[in-house]
Design a protein around this ligand. Structure first.
Ligand SMILES: [Zn+2]
Length: 243
């Protein structure tokens, strides 16, 4: 059964981290049947489909990023019911909490990502034109905490529309062709930590990573404040801890 671990920020705010085991590629918590493989059904299916389409290609990951880590859970059906979800929802609507959430991301990077290192932080671009974007605030706080430069080099086309309410399959490709790089020189030859507030379909992370790799980045890893998950999934994997 997945087990909870509590995180407490410097200001005393506390919430449970994503329970382990969780998927190496998308950080969704796993039940006993998938836990020992460290990969979820969806990522595994994508891996197999890609392998079938290109049998000669050796892939490290079913996405263009190599791994994703998340700090807390974002309960899609009731974000305000979860303690991390509430903070993330307020962050998204301009209500702060970027320091607490960045501290939690720094904590999971330190404790759950041994042997990984990065050169630069890049935030996932926001569809909102109102600066500062929540993901950029989160990235800047994280950069200060782990002493790493932040380069907001990705931007979205003005025609881009958020995928809220779209069917899951279409949502994955929603950012495809809509994201571009403004300063390729900042990422060329570098290992990137791509930062976002929430990971849902993995599509935003995948298409942003694709653009970064095309611009010459050597590797992209993803770090998010919240892993989106619905209550049915938590029930299915037998998680009964706090969220
Ligand atoms: Zn996964």
């Amino acid at each position: 059964m997945p087990s909870p671990e509590m995180f407490t920020a410097r200001d005393g705010t506390s919430f449970p981290l994503v329970p382990v085991p969780c998927c190496h590629y998308c950080s969704i918590p796993l039940g006993d049947s998938f836990g020992r493989w460290n990969i979820c059904w969806r990522c595994n299916t994508r891996f197999r489909e890609l392998a079938r389409a290109n049998p000669d290609e050796i892939r490290q990951s079913p996405y263009s990023f190599t791994r994703a880590v998340a700090a807390g859970l974002y309960i899609t059906d009731y974000p305000e019911k979860g303690s991390a979800g509430r903070l993330i929802k307020e962050l998204k609507t301009g209500g702060g909490h970027s320091t607490v959430l960045a501290e939690a991301i720094a904590h999971v990077l330190r404790t759950r990502c041994h042997g990984h290192s990065w050169d630069i932080i890049v935030p996932v671009p926001a569809s909102s034109r109102k600066p500062p974007a929540p993901t950029e605030m989160l990235a800047l706080e994280l950069g200060t905490l782990i002493n790493m430069r932040v380069a907001p080099v990705l931007e979205l086309d003005s025609s881009y529309e958020s995928g809220q309410g779209m069917p899951e399959a279409r949502k994955f490709d929603n950012m495809k062709g809509n994201v571009r790089i403004t300063e390729a020189g900042d990422v060329r030859g570098r290992r990137i930590m791509l930062v976002d507030d929430i990971m849902t379909t993995r599509g935003a992370a995948h298409w942003c990573s694709t653009v970064l790799l095309e611009a010459g980045a050597t590797e992209v890893m993803v770090a998010v404040a919240g892993r989106s998950v619905d209550l049915r999934h938590l029930e299915f994997i037998g998680y009964s801890g706090p969220f």
